[in-house]
Design a protein around this ligand. Structure first.
Ligand SMILES: [Zn+2]
Length: 314
């Protein structure tokens, strides 16, 4: 087991104290973009009322911590996160970073990589927006036809901030080619790819790309567990392919589910809020039925996310 701490919304937690961790979920997300009137605004009390039952259900299923991936540009709201952490039996982990090109707030567009890295280090080491709530990782995104010049700057800034703090970089990535591009860039900045999570690796059907990323050291995240749009049998096959190739310790599994939508009068996203229990209730049993041992399932759902999100440097 890794020795280190995960920085949660309510403070640092020793990784040994945690069990199953969901590495990619959403609690409060605003996809209208930072220029929309009312962007990322909601009554924290109301958000907690709507989301607490989903957090309690996840806890009842055995989840101990949840990583909120709604980063700057898609709704991050520190008051909401603080209230949710009070209402939640789960530890919550907040992001620093910024979403893809179309969602970068004007103030961040003007900064150079060094200034941005310093801002993100401040959020990881001191607090977000003057609060004492610290971010626990760096969440980025690249455009499907990117990375754009600003997204390249974001990756460079993230590499600097990660090298200084040990924080992992998780990047929304729509294809294997984009994953390779980012891994090349981050390595050129001196980053050990064990500090990189290929988010949405399940969007890339070529399992050779998954294997390549794992071989280079990255975490390969299949985060459409329980999603209606992705056949779950396909996710099972992707997971088995990595296990069989000897890369179980690079697998992360999550739902990419949620969330409270401040753009909607009742807080519901399109299609309603999807909860956080399909992994435990359906997906792990499906892997078990294919011969995956409980030891390996523990590695994938407990040890891997603990290693990924622990802030220990080196
Ligand atoms: Zn997501």
């Amino acid at each position: 087991m890794n020795h280190g701490e995960i920085q949660t919304v309510t403070g640092p937690v020793a990784v040994e104290a945690l069990g199953l961790i969901l590495p990619h979920e959403h609690l409060f997300t605003d996809l209208r973009g930072p220029l929309a009137p009312g962007y990322a605004q909601a009554d924290p009390e109301r958000v907690a009322q709507v989301m607490a039952p989903h957090l309690k259900a996840a806890h009842a299923a055995g989840v101990t911590a949840l990583v909120e991936c709604s980063t700057v540009g898609v709704g991050r709201n520190v008051a909401v996160l603080r209230r949710l952490a009070q209402a939640s039996p789960l530890y919550l982990i907040a992001p620093t970073g910024v979403y893809r090109e179309a969602f970068i707030p004007p103030a961040l567009r003007e900064m150079d990589a060094q200034a941005l890295a310093e801002r993100w280090m401040g959020e990881l080491m001191e607090g977000i927006e003057g609060s004492d709530v610290r971010a626990g990782f760096i969440k980025l995104a690249v455009s499907d036809d990117g990375p754009t010049p600003l997204e390249v700057r974001n990756l460079r800034a993230a590499a600097q901030a990660s090298l200084q703090t040990g924080a992992v970089i998780a990047s929304h990535t729509a294809s294997g080619a984009l994953a390779r591009h980012q891994m090349d860039l981050l390595e050129a900045e001196g980053l050990d790819l064990r500090r990189f999570i290929w988010v949405h690796a399940n969007l890339e059907p070529d399992t050779a790309c998954h294997l390549e990323a794992a071989r280079r050291g990255a975490y390969v995240e299949f985060d459409a567990v329980g999603a209606a749009w992705q056949p779950q049998a396909t996710l099972v096959e992707y997971t088995l392919a990595l296990i069989e190739a000897g890369y179980a310790e690079h697998i992360l599994l999550s739902h990419d589910a949620g969330w409270y939508n401040p753009a909607s009068p009742d807080g519901q996203p399109e299609g309603g809020i999807r909860g956080y229990t399909a992994l435990v209730e359906d997906f792990l049993p499906a892997l078990r039925a294919r011969g995956v041992t409980d030891e390996l399932l523990h590695l994938i759902t407990v040890v891997n996310p603990a290693h990924a999100f622990a802030l220990a440097v080196g």
